[in-house]
Design a protein around this ligand. Structure first.
Ligand SMILES: NC(=O)C1=CN([C@@H]2O[C@H](COP(=O)(O)OP(=O)(O)OC[C@H]3O[C@@H](n4cnc5c(N)ncnc54)[C@H](O)[C@@H]3O)[C@@H](O)[C@H]2O)C=CC1
Ligand SMILES: O=C(O)C1=N[C@H](C(=O)O)C[C@H](O)C1
Length: 250
């Protein structure tokens, strides 16, 4: 059986370098290119890459995907920074390349995906819900893509259930003291030396609280999700947003 030809973009980064090792170690995958900033994207076509694993920076990801989609290369994207405007641009690119698949995964770790699912299930049963994400201090974006997605999913679940807005009597506050509001859900970002990637969803009702917490302690936690994404995206044309769709969690 021929191996799936995979390229990694952002190959020298924290997660990209781990992804390079994971692809090399997978028996059914072949690492055909490992690109860093400034490397020529033509290497992707020259190497016959079928899937590009995109782990760069929010300022690079759109140009890289533009190249991939124009050349029919499927993409597994972990890079953050997905605004509605960017998604609209991506969908337009996909419309011109309908056979190509793109997976955007706000988080590749199974525990984080389950955290989002559990939070979604719990959110309508509690009056209050807030999200705290905690990351290493080299992270360039806040709040994290995972926290943003978690808050969006919580807000959708509460809207479907007809939940009232969470109680909050705050009348005066320093800027930022109540976090950022993502679809009405407060999201707080901590940056702390020693951490990698962590998230808590705090839920509160009369007389009880529930905390759903996930900790990624090593970049290896993201690898099974990346490999699954590469294997599945080649037979899933169009945009898939969230690894849960490849885990049959929906
Ligand atoms: N979805 C997930 O599960 C995860 C997503 N991430 C996300 O992945 C991204 C990268 O994170 P880190 O590895 O921590 O950052 P990093 O800064 O360590 O690595 C990014 C790398 O991409 C390179 N790069 C920038 N532009 C490039 C281009 N045009 N072509 C090729 N390489 C380019 C940089 O030089 C750097 O080496 C971030 O957006 C982060 O939030 C990180 C961990 C897990
Ligand atoms: O930058 C990171 O490290 C991470 N980024 C992703 C995010 O923003 O959610 C995933 C994970 O939290 C690690």
């Amino acid at each position: 059986m021929s191996k799936l030809r995979v390229a990694v973009l952002g190959a020298k980064g924290r997660i990209g370098s781990e992804a390079v090792r994971a692809v090399e170690a997978a028996e059914d995958l072949e690492l055909v290119a490992a690109l860093g900033r400034g490397d020529d994207l033509e290497t992707l076509t020259a190497s016959g890459a079928q899937v590009a694993v995109e782990l760069t920076t929010p300022d690079s990801v759109m140009d890289n995907l533009d190249f991939c989609l124009r050349h029919g290369i499927h993409a597994v994207v972990g890079t953050t920074g997905w605004t509605d405007e960017r998604l609209t641009r991506l969908k337009a690119l996909l419309a011109d390349s309908p056979q190509t698949g793109v997976l955007i995964a706000p988080n590749f770790s199974i525990g984080a995906v389950l955290t989002m699912k559990f939070a979604q299930i719990a959110a309508p049963y509690f009056e209050s819900v807030e999200v705290i994400e905690l990351h290493h201090p080299n992270k360039v974006d806040a709040p994290s893509g995972t926290a943003t997605r978690t808050a969006q999913l919580i807000a959708e679940a509460r809207a479907r259930a007809g939940s009232a807005p969470a109680p909050d009597a705050t009348a005066t506050a320093l800027d930022g003291a109540r976090g950022a509001s993502v679809d009405g859900i407060p999201v707080h970002a901590v940056r702390l030396r020693g951490l990698l990637a962590h998230q808590e969803v705090l839920l509160g009702a009369e007389g009880e609280t529930l905390t759903v917490r996930h900790d990624s302690l090593h970049h290896s936690s993201f690898m099974p999700g990346i490999l699954l994404g590469a294997r599945r995206v080649v037979t899933t044309p169009g945009l898939t947003f969230g690894l849960e769709h490849f885990l049959d969690l929906n």
